[in-house]
Design a protein around this ligand. Structure first.
Ligand code: NI
Ligand code: MN
Length: 223
């Protein structure tokens, strides 16, 4: 059993038998963030933007959890004095709790001080026999078809807010291409620019025979 908790925006906590993970832990300055327990083994970051790198460095400093991110972003974190490992697109990264892949995303990635943060990424997490795909910040891109066909995730966390990322129509197509059974919407309604209706998304996802789980910040599901 794996528990997926929505912290808010694109931040999730994933708890499995063998470990706990944070993805894109944007908490400070996130008006929607709800979080109670930050005890984690690993922090996985999709790209360098402030609403994804978020509190990673502070949490790592406090808990000792290692940050894993694309090489340039990991170097940035390492320079701040925390444990960070740099990875790149497509390599299998082993962890005590399973493994993960940083995969393509169609976006950009600059660090808070304006430097190049390396390639933006999506993250596929394999934990306790479950495969969870966090799409990161992205537009619709055709690699999602490859990810669906080859990596076969069972659940996808997809941005639906538009403006900086996919909106609802693109995220519905992404769910098709990823061939997932279940989706959770993310990256919407945190700020006015990314206003979107998760119930509209849910109806569209249901209409193509898939399950959509709309989580309020602080809520979890078990898969
Ligand atoms: Ni971004
Ligand atoms: Mn973002």
């Amino acid at each position: 059993m794996v528990r997926i908790t929505f912290i808010g925006h694109s931040a999730f906590k994933i708890d499995g038998e063998a470990g706990s993970i944070l993805i894109d832990p944007f908490i400070t300055g996130n008006p929607s963030a709800k979080v109670s327990d930050l005890k984690v083994d690993d922090i996985l970051v999709s790209h360098a933007h402030g609403d994804h790198l978020g509190d990673s460095i502070e949490i790592s400093r406090k808990t000792g959890a290692k940050i894993t991110a694309i090489f340039e972003l990991a170097n940035y974190c390492g320079e701040k004095g925390v444990k960070a490992q740099g990875v790149n697109i497509g390599g299998k990264v082993p962890f005590d709790w399973g493994n993960a892949y940083w995969l393509p995303a169609a976006h950009s990635s600059g660090t808070p001080d304006g430097k190049y943060g390396g390639e933006p990424a999506s993250i596929l997490v394999n934990i306790d026999g479950k495969s969870i795909y966090h799409a990161g910040d992205t537009g619709l891109h055709y690699d999602m078809k490859m990810i669906g066909g080859f990596y076969k995730p069972e659940i996808a966390l997809l941005p639906i807010g538009g403006f900086y990322t996919m909106g609802i129509p693109e995220a519905v197509e992404a769910a098709r291409w990823l061939e997932v059974k279940k989706v959770i919407p993310m990256h919407y309604n945190t700020f006015p620019a990314i206003k979107s209706d998760p119930e509209e998304f849910k109806a569209e996802i249901n209409s193509i025979g898939k399950e959509c789980i709309v989580l309020n910040p602080g809520e979890s599901i078990e898969i």
